[in-house]
Design a protein around this ligand. Structure first.
Ligand code: C2E
Ligand code: CA
Ligand code: CA
Length: 400
């Protein structure tokens, strides 16, 4: 038996593509046994069923059902003694906080990986296990999951589809709007989540074309729905990298006006984590976006660095509390406190407060009780293609 490959790794991710991809890379790097699980429960089962120990556990801290923080609590209770690597598409701050939590619980975290995962990053982790990696790894594989050219071609060939996830009013349960989420329709891998390719688009200077394209597609879809008599708004994700040009408000206005859609039915969501980098420029652009009539949402609130100053001066109309607080809140006192205080804070600033990542009846009831305005999450519905969404909406309304 080849000693250097004698290691057992368990990979946990709800994203099937990532699961296959990371397992494949690990095998390429010479790992002898790669086990996979698609959620926390299955992961715990694999761990408890293993006669021999799992040497390394690599898992996504954001999974539906049992999230990474609950999973850590469980494996700490089980006295898991192997090494751990956390990975996630969320920002570095949240990953660090989770890492600290694991260490406090006595777990042995040897590193974190941001998506998209690369062979190079995985090889560095395996090196820390003092397991020499196979020398003959094909260097051409040491690259991003997808290279820029592959993505550029996908954009040219229009292989990006939009999925729509409803948001409902907490008071009336009526569907108010949809968040527009991009998916790459890949010939080999099926639908690929944006966590695996948005950062590459950002790094390669394609993000402006990408966002304008997404905005146009989503506005065209909204136009169709409005013509069918559906009273909806849309929320579109804008990357902070987009805020690099002062004429952005005009570009977005043109994209939406070309589709006959009233601008006040379009909300742009921006992740708070990078808002402070160039405050004056962000303030200038965002204020003019508001002046054009767009709604502006501060996304993933609670995971980044939004300060009181951001809330006070930036012209936001909506605050979206990150799913990590929504889902943990019924079982975890500190998550509940953050959820409750964030809702209050949003209300003080007169914002429409949305709680996302609602997965269970209990999550739903707590968010509504704490006074948020709108709710989004798998408990209501997963993101869907347009036809599926229309069918879902009709069924949903019949049951109201
Ligand atoms: P986000 O803006 O926070 O979007 C919500 C994400 O949470 C979506 O993942 C959605 O599928 C997922 N989600 C919704 N409800 C639940 C739930 O109850 N539980 C759990 N565990 N997850 C839930 P998705 O579509 O994979 O998107 C990931 C991120 O990629 C988005 O996070 C957003 O930041 C980014 N993204 C998506 N589409 C675009 C886009 O067109 N442009 C840009 N710049 N970013 C995008
Ligand atoms: Ca969003
Ligand atoms: Ca979000």
């Amino acid at each position: 038996m080849n000693k250097e490959r004698n290691i057992r790794v368990l990979v946990l991710d709800d994203d099937k593509f990532m699961l296959n991809f990371v397992s494949h890379l690990l095998r390429e790097l010479g790992v002898s046994e790669v086990l996979v699980a698609e959620d926390g429960k299955a992961g715990l089962f694999v761990l408890s069923a293993q006669v021999a120990i799992v040497d390394l556990l690599i898992f996504d801290i954001e999974m539906p059902g049992m999230d990474g923080i609950e999973f850590l609590r469980n494996i700490a209770d089980q006295k898991y003694g192997g090494k751990i690597v956390l990975f996630s598409g969320v920002d570095a701050g949240l990953l660090k906080a989770t890492e600290r939590l694991a260490v406090v619980r006595g777990l042995n975290v040897i590193g974190t990986l941001a998506k998209p995962v690369t062979v190079g990053a995985l090889a560095a982790i395996l090196e820390q296990l003092s397991l020499p990696i196979r020398a003959n790894v094909d260097p051409s594989r040491i690259r991003q999951i997808f290279d820029v050219e592959e993505i550029r071609q996908a954009l040219i060939d229009d292989h990006i589809d939009m999925f729509y996830q409803p948001k409902i009013s907490a008071a009336s349960a009526r569907v108010t709007s949809v968040e527009c989420l991009a998916r790459w329709r890949h010939a080999q891998y099926g639908y690929i989540s944006p966590d695996n390719f948005i950062s590459i688009i950002e790094q390669s200077g394609l993000i402006n074309d990408f966002t304008r394209n997404i905005l146009k597609k989503s506005a065209q879809q909204l136009d169709l729905w409005l013509q069918q008599g559906l009273d909806l708004k849309i929320s579109v994700n804008v990357s902070m990298q987009n805020l690099d040009r002062f004429n952005l408000p005009e570009i977005y206005e043109e994209a939406v006006r070309g589709c006959n859609v009233p601008i006040d039915r379009v909300i742009l969501e921006i992740t708070e984590s990078k808002l402070g980098e160039d405050f004056a420029r962000s303030l200038d652009i965002l204020t003019r976006i508001r002046l054009k009539g767009f709604g502006l949402s501060i996304d993933d609130f609670g995971t980044g660095y939004a300060t009181m100053e951001t809330l006070k001066y930036m012209p936001f109309t909506e605050l979206k509390i990150d799913r990590i607080f929504a889902h943990g809140a019924t079982k975890d006192a500190s998550a509940r406190a953050i959820l409750e205080l964030s809702i209050k804070l949003g209300k003080v600033f007169g914002l429409n407060v949305v709680v996302e990542g609602i997965e269970t009846q209990a999550d739903y009831e707590l968010a509504a009780e704490l006074g948020c305005d709108e709710i989004q999450g798998y408990f209501i519905a997963k993101p869907m293609l347009p036809d599926e969404f229309v069918q879902w909406l009709s069924d949903y309304e019949k049951n109201q």
